[in-house]
Ligand binder design. Structure first.
Ligand code: SF4
Length: 351
């Protein structure tokens, strides 16, 4: 295949694996997370020299450094602006409030708790927290609704669906590298896909089935060093969280945070623990069970099956204490469970 260099400054740029005589116009959409891989992807898209849309899904639960990094990236790199999309749970929260007022009293929940939960059920402007309130729980390995609802859905409605509904072909660029995990290794660089989020109603997913959309993973074969080399070539420093010891960026912390990440947060940003602790209290108040913990208790090696879940014992504060100790209980690897899941691994929405 002939090499294609729309921008002669970058001789390594390669033609996209798409047909020349395709009847519909292509629209390239690059997903940005603020992490090293999606930044490299953005820089690669600039090198390719064709028009593209860059989009960042704001969960409301990122480190301030990540927001600042995403805000400045386009100017620093000389690329297109990075659109910010955000999930809105206003309607879902109104439905949940009506459900609480209508059903909880009949289920025997004391009126004091019913009224407190209903009063809390108003949008906070923090998508992560609003979603947790709607669900009455935090996401976990077996119910990872966060990626879909906080990232994929807003990207779908904000950017992807309008492109497809207008009869154009979507090329969704994903910053996924095969060496990151077994699940990612087996993904192909280029594949036809149904981009409609899994959480949509069947009718909407069926409609999307007929639209032309492709997943494009141009850095799939790249090594970690290639990613940083791309930053260097453009004179762009990676997200400063890496220099502070972070292995990944994204939700801060992620529900799959490992012990090392919790230690890092305890060292460089302990205030975030208070915020998450407050969220646990709110989530507990709007949960019929009366308790909610940021990390799934059944993944907790210190949790004995069948015992009562309590924030004081299983909440983020106790998890931080466990992480900060050298002998804080059995090791467990949430990331292994993370990789066993679906959407995050495939699309690289969570780095
Ligand atoms: S980074 Fe973690 S918590 Fe955030 S959406 Fe992805 S999987 Fe969920």
């Amino acid at each position: 295949m002939a090499e294609y260099h729309p921008n002669p400054q970058y001789r390594h740029a390669r033609r996209l694996p798409i047909g020349r005589n395709h009847p519909q116009p292509w629209e390239h959409v690059v997903s940005i997370s603020g992490g090293k891989d999606s930044t490299a992807l953005y820089l690669l898209a600039i090198e390719r020299g064709m028009p593209f849309t860059a989009v960042f899904a704001d969960t409301g639960h990122e480190h301030p450094a990540t927001y600042e990094y995403v805000d400045r990236l386009a100017d620093l790199a000389g690329g297109p602006p990075i659109l910010r999309v955000k999930a809105d749970f206003t309607e879902a929260m109104a439905r949940k409030r009506a459900f609480i007022l209508g059903k909880w009293p009949a289920a025997g929940v004391p009126m004091e708790r019913v009224e407190r939960a209903a009063a809390l059920m108003v949008p906070t402007g923090i998508p992560f927290l609003d979603l947790v309130m709607v669900k009455g729980r935090f996401p976990g390995a077996k119910s990872r609704f966060c990626t879909d609802e906080l990232k994929i859905v807003p990207m779908w409605y904000g950017v992807q669906k309008p492109i497809l509904a207008a009869g154009r072909t979507l090329v969704s660029w994903m910053g996924v590298r095969g060496e990151e995990s077994l699940a990612r290794r087996d993904l192909s660089r280029w594949q036809r896909m149904n981009p409609a989020p899994y959480s949509l109603r069947k009718g909407e997913r069926d409609q999307a089935q007929g639209w032309r959309a492709y997943a494009y993973r141009p850095i799939h074969a790249w090594k970690r060093d290639d990613v940083f080399a791309m930053h260097d070539r453009h004179g762009i420093a990676p997200n400063p969280l890496y220099a502070q010891g972070a292995d990944r960026v994204g939700c801060w912390p992620c529900i799959f945070a490992k012990k090392d990440e919790l230690r890092l947060i305890g060292r460089i940003d302990p205030a975030v623990i208070e915020r998450v602790e407050e969220w646990e209290t709110i989530a507990g108040d709007v949960s019929k069970r009366g308790e909610a913990t940021f990390f799934c208790v059944t993944d907790d090696p210190l949790y004995e099956h069948g015992t009562k879940v309590e924030r004081g014992q299983h909440g983020i504060r106790s998890k931080m204490q466990w992480a900060m100790t050298a002998h804080g209980g059995r090791q467990y690897d949430l990331m292994a469970r993370f990789e066993a899941g679906a959407s995050c691994s495939e699309i690289g929405a969570c780095e």
